[in-house]
Each structure stands twice: as C-alpha cells, then as structure tokens.
Design a protein around this ligand. Structure first.
Ligand SMILES: Nc1ncnc2c1ncn2[C@@H]1O[C@H](COP(=O)(O)OP(=O)(O)OP(=O)(O)O)[C@@H](O)[C@H]1O
Ligand SMILES: *[C@@H]1O[C@H](CO)[C@@H](O)[C@H](O)[C@H]1NC(C)=O
Ligand SMILES: *[C@@H]1O[C@H](CO)[C@@H](O)[C@H](O)[C@H]1NC(C)=O
Ligand SMILES: [Mg+2]
Length: 594
C-alpha cells in the first residue's frame, strides 16, 4: 500500500531524527536541559541553551573541563530564576562549582547533590530553599565553601558536615535552623556570623547553651517499621542518617506547634486567673476611656460588668492576650481584649496610640470603641462580630464558604487594608494580616481586626520569637530577613491570604511542608506547570473560572519575592473591582454602619 509505505518511510525518518538528536548532546548537556525545563526564566538566561549543540560548554553560566568536556562550573547567580532543583543535578559528577545564589529557587536542596563529589564551591544563599540540609552534603570531601544563608531551611545542621576536611567557609545564617551546632572538626573554625538569625540554634558559637531535650537529634528514639532502606545494605547508614534528620525535622516542627499550643494554653490559663484578677486590677484606679461617645454607658456600668467576667466568657486567645465576650444589659455585645503582658513602652504610648486607632472608622475595619486603663492591665473594647474569624470559617466548620462569599471577603479585606495604607493619617501598617485577624459579621462581610496592635505591643526583642509560630506562613521573605515591616510586607501577607481563601488550606499545611514548600511555593509550582486552577478548594461551590484566574493573577503579584513588584493595596482593589466578577453589591447588607 502506498500509504503504508509512506508511513513506514516517515517513521524511519522520525527514528533517524531522534537517534540523531540523541547523539547530538552529551549526557551532561541532557542533564542541564532537564534542569532548565524545571526553571522559570523571566530574563531569558537560557536563550542559547540549545538541544542541537554537541555539548553545553559554551552555554551561558557553564564551563567544562577542556579534555573531557564534562561540566565543571554552573554559575547563574543573582537573577530571577525560580523553580525546583531535582536530584538529576547529581549526575553532573565533575562539577566543581555550583552558584545559584540570589535567585528564587524553592523546594528542597536535592540530596543527590552529594553525588557531585568533586564539588569545591556551593553557593545557594539568598533563595527560598526549605526542608532540611541534606546530610549527604557530608560526602563532598573536596568542599571548601558552603553558603546556605538567607533561605528558609529548617531542621538541624547535619553533624556529617563537620567531617568535611577542606571546608573553610560556611554560612547558614538567617534560616529557621534548630538544635545543636556541631562543635568538632571543621566547625571549630566558624563563629557567630556563620549562624546568626536562626532562632532555635544553640551551641558555643552562638553563646547559647543547648537544653538537653533540644540539643541533639540523637536523643529521639528510632521509629519502628519505617520503610524501604533495610534491603539495601550499602545505603543503610545513609538511610539511618536520613531518618534521623527526618525525625529531627518533624520534631522541630512539632516543637514549634507545641510551643504555639502551649502559649495559647498558658494564656488561657492566665486568662482564667486574670478573670478573677480583672476585678481587683480594675478597682484600684482604673478608668474607662470611650471614643466619640461610641460607648453609651457610664464607666461604672462597664467596670461592674468586668468584675463578673470569667472563663466562661472567653471566646479566644491569641499572641497578645485573651478575648472575652461582654454582653451589656441593653443587649449590645462587645469583645474585650485583655493584653497579657504590658511593658514600659506600652505604658508610655498606650493612650496616644489608642487614640489614633480609636479614631479610625471604616466599614471593613473592626471598630475600637474604647479601652480600660489600669496600672496593671489593659483592656481594649471592640465591636463583637458574630461570624467569628475567617480562620474558623475556612478551617474549623463543616459548612463551607461558597465562591461568592469568598470573593466578597477578599474584596472587603482588601478595602479595609487599602484604607489603612492610603487613607489614614498617619498611615497604618497592619503587620499581622492572617485569617484569624479577618473577622466576619452576621452577613459574612469581612472586617480587618487587630490593626496597629503589632506595632504597639511587640517590643523589638520579642517580636519574631513570640509571633512567628502563628504567623510564619504569612511573612514576606524581606520581612523575615530584615524584620522591617512596610506596606509591601502587608501586601505579601494579603496575597497569602487570597491563596488561603481560594485553596481552603493553611499557608503551612502539612501537604506543602512534606514537599518542602509553603503555599507560595505551591502556587509557583502550579503556575509553572500551567495547572494553577487546581488551587481551588474542592469544597467551594459556584466557582467562576474567569474570576478565579484574575484572583490568582492578583495573588501571584502580591506574593512576588521582590517587594517592588508587589502592587499597592489601592491597585489591588482596582484590579479586583475591574477583573473579578463580584456577586451582588454587598452595600445593601451594611447592618451597623455608623
Ligand atoms: N471582635 C471580635 N469579635 C468576635 N470574635 C473575636 C473578636 N476578636 C477576636 N475574636 C475571636 O478571638 C480569637 C482570638 O483573637 P486574637 O486576636 O486574640 O488572636 P489571633 O487573631 O489568633 O492572633 P493575634 O494575637 O495575632 O491577633 C479570634 O480568632 C476570634 O475567633
Ligand atoms: C547517586 O548515587 C547513588 C548511589 O551511588 C545512585 O543510586 C544514584 O542514582 C545517583 N544519582 C544520580 C542522580 O546520579
Ligand atoms: C553570612 O551571611 C550573612 C547574610 O547573607 C552575612 O551578613 C554574614 O556576614 C555572612 N557570614 C559569613 C561568615 O560570611
Ligand atoms: Mg487577632
């Protein structure tokens, strides 16, 4: 048959072509093309990385051994590259230098980098690598420089690194590392400035004594029945190490979770005691300050009510203290926030700052009605919002928010935040945007709460330590690195909030952590694969695809790692209004506008 022959001829041609192109590039070139395929490259760095070349030796950022043509250098620092680095990179076994620093790579540092045993210089600083430092790096016996600073690495520093005989420069500063710093071998040479900016690291280098329970991963008992490794004798030492590091990471995460839980528990407990103390505190010279006659009661009526508050009235507790529900005799209900600890700064600025916060009125902000000031405790009086927090609505209830409700909440929160940033004088940076600080009224309208509190209540020493556990997933990388809050760090947190509302998943959901990602890493991954619509919560009914695309676009811009690329909140509101199809004009429902 003619057609049959034609087909046959064509398939021969195709096979021929494939074989040709298979011959065309060296195995190292193939590996690099695989690396390229997983990386988003907005500046077209990889323009001349071509499949047709015989070897990759003339490609940008690549150098080869002149004889063997094996790749020895891969150097692509200080760009805008973003993506995962897979274990395939372990095939570049002649690599001497790998410099991918100051980009936006995320995910885990691949453990099979340990196969590149000729590596002398490894620069990975200034990215978003998460997970733990692979103990396999301890196999790199030629390694002289290892810079992992300014990433999001957790877990402990593997003791195997101390055995690297040639290691002369090491930097792990500004990560989330925990546990004991190795104090032997090559680590004798490294001092404080290699480790600073990791809250939970301990050891002589930092002048921090290790508590025994936190000290080393070695105290954790091995988990029985853990998988696969046993069959392969050769790698069994390795899998033990891996296992230990995994246990350590999980342990560290548990520790953080436990600390968070404990903190809350203690607050609750103190809250209880304080419930009784509240009366005493207040009788000795307490006063109620009301803003704009917003609280139409005599001071004494309120003080008397406060006397009878006890643990039954507690509705929640957070980083700053306990929240009580206060019902007045006329049926009005308020939320009282009792600040757990006060400091000197607070005493000095409390009234002035609260005067400012109390003067801010906006439909999408929780109204601060007044406060009770006594020498030993501070109580803020807010509107009570019957819908509770968005955190509970997304993660705690069995009835799920539908699409229109979610879009409406995003809109409201955006407007509230835009008002704080652009229309208040002085402007207010929230610093603590997260789902538990978005409250809902009876019609599921959003109200931003706790604005201005972070600045007022956190003294500079404690801010990361006390706050990070609950807020971790929302913090912009630039904020984590510098500790300086700006409007743009709020915008980042708002982008995370959009992703949380769309996906119904907490920013640090365990499914992300397993893959070494957080919600932003996950978004980047889905966008890269052009699967971003999969972000939507399967429990969300009535999703409109065009609006979803627009919201993902806005969120992606908000969580840009470069603060300058993030839009202002004004711009966010504009984009939401023009691109996202809103349900019904919610203004009709405005129940208690003043
Ligand atoms: N005005 C309010 N009306 C109704 N419920 C409230 C109000 N304020 C707070 N709550 C409830 O109390 C809980 C605790 O609030 P709180 O602000 O103390 O902690 P948080 O928001 O989790 O953390 P943070 O201390 O960072 O704000 C909230 O999650 C919410 O359920
Ligand atoms: C790394 O080495 C291990 C053990 O020798 C091997 O099984 C694995 O395939 C290697 N990985 C790569 C990417 O070459
Ligand atoms: C480690 O990195 C940080 C930030 O990247 C830098 O400030 C510090 O000086 C570095 N330390 C060493 C020992 O190079
Ligand atoms: Mg709050």
């Amino acid at each position: 048959m003619v057609t049959g022959q034609k087909l046959c001829f064509m398939s021969t041609l195709i096979v021929y072509c494939v074989v040709q192109s298979g011959n065309a590039i060296s195995p190292d070139g193939e590996t690099l093309l695989g690396f390229k395929a997983a990386v988003v490259d907005p500046d077209r760095v990889f323009l001349q990385w071509r499949q047709e070349d015989a070897d990759p030796c003339k490609w940008k950022g690549v150098r080869c051994d002149p004889q063997t043509k094996r790749v020895t250098y891969l150097s692509l620092p200080s760009g805008r590259l973003s993506g995962l680095i897979t274990n395939e990179i372990g095939k570049l076994s002649s690599l001497k230098l790998l410099a991918l620093n100051d980009n936006s790579f995320y995910g885990n540092i691949p453990s099979e980098l340990g196969n590149c045993t000729e590596l002398q210089f490894l620069y990975l600083q200034g990215n978003f690598f998460g997970g733990s430092i692979p103990p396999e790096l301890g196999k790199l016996s030629e390694l002289e420089t290892l810079d992992l600073s300014s990433n999001s690495l957790s877990g402990s520093i593997p003791p195997s690194l101390a055995n690297l005989p040639k290691l002369s420069a090491f930097n792990a500063s500004t990560n989330f590392l925990t546990g004991r710093i190795p104090s032997e071998g090559s680590f004798l040479k490294f001092f404080k400035d290699s480790f600073v900016g990791n809250r939970l690291l301990c050891g002589a280098q930092l002048d921090v004594v290790c508590q025994d329970s936190v000290g080393g991963p070695s105290s954790t008992s091995p988990t029985p029945g853990s998988d696969s490794g046993a069959s392969r004798r050769k790698s069994s030492r390795y899998s033990t190490r891996l296992l230990i590091s995994a246990v350590a990471t999980v342990g560290a995460l548990l520790l953080v979770a436990l600390m968070c839980f404990w903190g809350c528990f203690l607050y609750k407990k103190f809250g209880k005691n304080d419930g009784q103390n509240l009366a005493m505190d207040i009788s000795e010279g307490a006063s109620i300050v009301m803003f704009h006659g917003d609280l139409p009661y005599a001071s004494n009526d309120i003080l008397k009510k406060l006397e009878y508050l006890d643990e039954d009235n507690i509705i929640g507790c957070g980083g700053f203290g306990t929240v009580y529900k206060l019902a007045m005799d006329d049926g009005n209900v308020f939320a009282l926030k009792k600040i757990a600890k006060t400091n000197e700064y607070l005493d000095r600025f409390f009234e002035r700052e609260l005067e400012i916060l109390g003067s801010i009125k906006h439909r999408y902000l929780v109204n601060l009605r007044g406060y009770c000031n006594s020498p030993s405790s501070k109580v803020l009086i807010y509107d009570f919002l019957p819908g509770g927090s968005l955190d509970e609505a997304l993660h705690g209830r069995s009835d799920h928010l539908d699409w229109d409700a979610r879009v409406n909440i995003i809109m409201g929160a955006a407007k509230g935040l835009a008002y704080m940033h652009h229309d208040c004088s002085p402007r207010i940076i929230h610093r603590d945007i997260k789902s538990s600080n978005i409250l809902l009224d009876g019609n599921l309208e959003a109200r931003v709460s706790d604005f201005g509190l972070a600045k007022l209540l956190e003294d500079s020493n404690s801010h990361i330590t006390t706050r990070v556990a609950g807020t971790f997933g929302y913090l912009a990388p630039d904020y984590m690195q510098t500790g300086r809050a700006t409007e743009k760090t709020d915008v980042y947190s708002f982008g995370v909030l959009i992703l949380e509302i769309l996906s119904g998943k907490r920013p640090t959901d365990s499914s992300f952590l397993e893959k070494g990602l957080n919600i932003v890493g996950w978004l980047n991954f889905l966008v890269m694969e052009n699967r971003q619509r999969e972000i939507i919560d399967p429990q969300c009914e009535g999703t409109q695809v065009e609006s979803l695309d627009a919201l993902i676009g806005v969120a992606a811009q908000c969580v840009s790692s470069n603060p300058e690329e993030r839009p202002t909140m004004h711009r966010v509101v504009q984009r939401l209004e023009s691109e996202v199809i809103t349900p019904c004009p919610s203004d009709f429902y405005d129940s208690n506008s003043d």
